[in-house]
Design a protein around this ligand. Sequence first.
Ligand SMILES: Cc1cc2nc3c(=O)[nH]c(=O)nc-3n(C[C@H](O)[C@H](O)[C@H](O)COP(=O)(O)O)c2cc1C
Length: 298
Amino acid sequence: MTTRIPIIDSETCTGCGACVHVCPKSHLELVAGTARPLVDECMLCSHCYCVCPVGAIRFDPEALRPVSFDTFPCDEKFIPPGTTPPGILVNAIRSRRSIRSYTDRPVSDDTIRDLLQFAVTAPSGSNRQEWRFTVINGRDKVRQVAGEIKTFFLKLNSLARNPLIRYGSIPLMGTALLRYYNDHYQSVVNAIAESERGRDLLFHGAPALILFHGPMIGSTPVEDAQYASYNVTLLAHLLGLGTCYIGYAVESINRLMKLKKRIGIPAEDRIHAVLALGYPSSRFLRHAMRKPYSAQWY
Ligand SMILES: Cc1cc2nc3c(=O)[nH]c(=O)nc-3n(C[C@H](O)[C@H](O)[C@H](O)COP(=O)(O)O)c2cc1C
């Protein structure tokens, strides 16, 4: 007989039912005073483990593992709702900035591993956690990727600047090329000109990149990867690092199949986010402001 997930120690279980109540799949039931998994449909969210007051629930370590960090101290401590001054979180999040200038200081692989450990604590649709990461660590490697992306944009710009192609492409690909021309063509021309002078307006001179990608399966693969990447931006800030989302790299790398293959990204994976990463050489002194927004109560 195979053991169902989660593993519940019937000697320790007091039959309080907290796990039954919290299970999002209604997968647990109380039988003769102890909790038991009904069917093999556990989605490994571990909420049952999180609520068990007597520690009777565990998972096969092959399936689920604790999250820990090597490069900074972090005593695992659960913070119940409403018990921490919200300003701590608000100020930490508001102090993150998109960093567009970096020092030469390299980022250690151990630090990046810790960032990824934190990335995967983000929520994901149906708890799929189908994200994968590719780390490009080292300024020379980043420069090489930037060069391949530049070639991509040179080709794209030569198409977009031709009005016959711009308008002629509408029946085939809609207004994508037209919109690219209106919104991005000129800034790409400028970035390419700057790159000839040795300035990196694509990755802002960052010494490392993290690519967030995954197969287009599950309910929300794009959102999942983006939440994971946002976690990285926040922890990076608290570790003294800076990050910047590089939207230009997402679309281009997705189309550069040779580059994808060279850096080991499976052909079926889509890249959802690219983060530049490094130690900032710019210094911010106050929080950024935001545009007025619209919200309604119905
Ligand atoms: C999906 C996404 C794509 C972005 N792409 C770029 C980019 O290609 N280059 C860049 O310098 N900044 C990029 N940014 C950064 C935004 O410009 C930045 O978040 C915005 O100006 C607000 O600044 P803040 O992040 O410091 O609050 C991107 C941000 C997001 C969320």
